[in-house]
Design a protein around this ligand. Structure first.
Ligand SMILES: NC(=O)c1ccc[n+]([C@@H]2O[C@H](COP(=O)([O-])OP(=O)(O)OC[C@H]3O[C@@H](n4cnc5c(N)ncnc54)[C@H](OP(=O)(O)O)[C@@H]3O)[C@@H](O)[C@H]2O)c1
Length: 259
């Protein structure tokens, strides 16, 4: 690469996004850190600047808001920041029946997990293609591979992320632009408590560290792998899902996720 590469990471204020940002910093990337909690982002920026001697820019943004991505892109332009690698990591889930969970929370979930991810990719990808460098690392989930009763919207958003990433990857084959989907299974972050999933046995007994998940994701992205599933248990789960009818897997997941 002719200039210092950079990576914009959404949801960098905690969990997997925070660790992905640190991994890219240790690979020599400058960082653009995005989330709502400015103080957390500033702490991480200082850590990146002092430990890894890389530049880190903080941009606060609520990605559930319809104009958020355009506002973020305006800020990038004002600061003359051109993004090489986009990491669409921000996301959240909510355990419960669709008809009982808040309509606003579930709509916000689609805005953050799907709409913002799609729009930000559309805004930043053309310059990557033009320069024939960089790429997109989307954070999906092993939830992408089956329907998820009692968490129906979350599973559907992650199925979108996988399908979108695979389609994009094919469109960009033959270019140097990388496109990778990271699919974590249960991971020790704020997600478990925030979504309500943390209290489930299937979650707490199998959780990996955010650092291990991020390391696998960044390595896979740098090698331009299509889908990265960290942890042998998660890979086994996804593989065995492929052998069962969808009607069976959704029943199984529904049982495991009944509170
Ligand atoms: N942990 C797991 O078990 C697991 C498993 C599979 C997939 N994943 C996926 O991994 C990704 C990261 O989650 P995590 O596990 O690291 O959870 P986390 O610790 O709760 O982090 C979520 C991140 O998303 C950001 N975010 C949430 N809503 C936002 C909004 N409206 N606008 C901007 N940023 C927002 C949060 O930042 P602010 O609150 O500061 O805005 C935070 O930085 C998500 O896409 C999640 O679906 C997690």
């Amino acid at each position: 690469m002719d200039t210092q590469p950079n990576a914009l990471v959404t949801g960098a204020s905690s969990g997997i996004g925070r660790e992905i940002a640190k991994q890219f910093a240790s690979e020599g990337y400058d960082l653009i850190l995005v989330a709502r909690r400015e103080e957390k982002l500033r702490e991480l920026a200082s850590e990146i600047e002092s430990i890894h001697a890389r530049n880190a820019t903080v941009l606060t943004c609520d990605l559930s808001q319809p104009q958020a991505v355009d506002g973020l892109c305006d800020q990038l332009q004002q600061q003359s920041l051109q993004v090489d690698t986009l990491v669409n990591n921000a996301g959240f889930g909510a355990l419960g029946r669709f008809s009982e969970l808040s309509a606003d929370r579930q709509t916000d979930m689609v805005m953050v997990n799907v709409v913002a991810l799609t729009r930000l990719t559309r805004m930043l990808l053309p310059s990557m293609i033009q320069r024939n460098r960089g790429g997109v690392l989307n954070v999906g989930s092993i939830a992408a591979h089956q329907a998820g009763p009692n968490m129906a919207v979350y599973y559907a958003t992650k199925a979108y992320v996988l399908s979108f990433t695979e389609g994009l990857r094919e469109e960009l084959s033959g270019t140097a632009v990388h496109v990778t989907c990271l699919e974590p299974g249960p991971t020790e972050t704020g997600f478990g408590e925030d979504s309500g999933m943390g209290k489930l046995d299937m979650f707490s007994s199998a959780a990996m560290s955010a650092e291990d998940v991020a390391r696998a994701g960044v390595r896979g992205y740098l090698k331009n792998e299509d889908v990265v599933i960290p942890g042998w248990m998660n890979r086994l789960m996804v593989t065995s899902t492929g052998f069962l009818p969808r009607s069976a897997t959704r029943k199984l997941v529904g049982k495991m996720q009944s509170a």
